[in-house]
Design a protein around this ligand. Structure first.
Ligand code: PGA
Length: 264
């Protein structure tokens, strides 16, 4: 039954936080706190050095392991970088690509992100592609054009048979790490509709219906239900609140409730 409807997806992006011990505790707390996670897909994305530690805790559970980034080569002389094969080797199923902190603080371009998307998919990783406008772009009414651009360039030349392994995270830059200024459910719903329409123009209506689009930007337990109940909001990518076991679990429970509330 649950498989016939679209499950909500909740991603925990731990960014550059935790230690090995804290990462293990956090993952164990989440695993232990879940009773029925059938109605939701959960992905935890710890920092690279703790992927194996967290992967060990998640073994035999329904929670998947994801990485926060990767380099678009299988191996080679790329000092300090991590390849998709390495991520698969430590048990990752997912990789987040194009996160706004990488675009804006580390200067990643749409072209570089597109390379990563294609290499990740070819290697066998599922991709969560992040897109989102800055406050200046929103104020200048450029949100739609920007989302169009990030989506179409980020997914350029992606093989149609890999579409089911891609999801999108709409993360307005102005709303990230900023609980006093996050997007309203209405703003998120509108942006998701823009992204879904654009996705449909590129890959067709069926693919647009299937694609999972998550919202990210200061989601806290108190607003999760309001966001996740909106049409077209298929999940959430959580930063700050994913570092607190009870907050993350509360958001997961909202997602399960919203999945179950969908018409069969
Ligand atoms: P935040 O982070 O929930 O702390 O705003 C979300 C993200 O950047 O992935």
């Amino acid at each position: 039954m649950i498989d016939e409807i679209k499950k909500k997806t909740i991603v925990g992006n731990w960014k550059m936080h935790t230690t090995a011990a804290a990462a293990r505790d956090l993952a164990e707390g989440i695993v232990d706190g879940l009773i029925d996670e059938e109605g939701v897909s959960i992905i935890l994305c710890p920092p690279y050095p703790y992927l194996a530690v967290v992967g060990e805790v998640l073994k035999e559970t329904r929670i998947a392991l994801g990485a926060q980034n990767m380099y678009p080569q299988m191996e080679g002389a790329f000092t300090g970088e991590v390849s998709p094969t390495m991520l698969l080797d430590v048990g990752c199923k997912y990789v987040i690509l194009g996160h706004s902190e990488r675009r804006h603080k580390l200067g990643e371009s749409n072209e570089f992100i597109n390379d990563k998307v294609k290499v990740a998919l070819a290697a066998g990783l599922d991709v969560i592609l992040c897109v989102g406008e800055t406050l200046e772009q929103r104020k200048a009414n450029q949100t739609e054009a920007l989302l169009d651009r990030q989506l179409s360039l980020g997914l350029a030349n992606v093989e149609p048979d890999t579409l089911s392994r891609i999801s999108i995270a709409y993360e307005p830059v102005w709303a990230i790490g900023n609980p006093s200024h996050h997007a309203t459910p209405q703003q998120a719903e509108e942006a998701h509709a823009v992204l879904r329409a654009r996705f449909g123009r590129i890959f067709g209506k069926d693919a647009a219906k299937q694609i999972s689009i998550q919202y990210g930007g200061s989601v806290v337990p108190g607003d999760a239900a309001a966001l996740l109940s909106r049409p077209g909001i298929d999940g959430a990518l959580i930063g700050g609140a994913s570092l607190v076991v009870n907050d993350f679990l509360e958001i997961v429970r909202s997602a399960i409730a919203e999945t179950e509330a969908q018409p069969a």
